[in-house]
Design a protein around this ligand. Structure first.
Ligand code: AMP
Length: 138
């Protein structure tokens, strides 16, 4: 499948739709997931147009992973979860729903189940204070 330049993350990168931003540099962007599986669920995307991890250049991969680690450290420091899951899906059969490669950073709390993937949308205003805690821990 060819990269669709009108996928939702491409639109976020172009500033055509809003996101609750956590971090941005020349090659990557991190923002809050609007359908969080747990409080603090953050996404990291490369700016490079790549549908999945197989299509991403080595340089883009390095940038995405470096930012993923940076944000995961900030989530740990800012939100103090018991643990964190980092996930990345390739293809519809694997659960990918947005076809611009991304990493999920999902905080976990002992004994608390994960909400279903991409099921219920929350208000952007409720994500802002969580994003602020992550940003302040960067
Ligand atoms: P995946 O299923 O791995 O492709 O994950 C896509 C993720 O993007 C899901 O967790 C969605 O909740 C999330 N998502 C979809 N649209 C938006 C959006 N406009 N802003 C932030 N997150 C989004």
């Amino acid at each position: 499948m060819a990269y669709d330049p009108d996928n939702i993350f491409a639109k976020i990168l172009r500033g055509e739709i809003p996101c609750v931003k956590v971090y941005e540099d020349a090659k990557t962007l991190a923002f809050m997931d609007v359908m969080p599986q747990a409080s603090g669920h953050t996404l990291v995307i490369p700016k490079e147009a790549a549908e999945n991890i197989l299509d991403l250049s080595a340089e883009g991969l390095v940038a995405m992973m470096a930012t993923t680690q940076k944000i995961a450290k900030a989530v740990k420091k800012g939100l103090a979860p018991d643990g964190m899951v980092l996930t990345q899906f390739n293809g519809p059969a694997a659960g990918q729903t947005v076809f611009h490669v991304h990493f999920h950073i999902i905080p976990r709390t002992d004994g608390a189940p994960l909400a279903p993937h991409g099921r219920s949308m929350v208000d952007a205003a409720s994500l802002e204070p969580i994003a602020a805690k992550i940003r302040s821990a960067l």
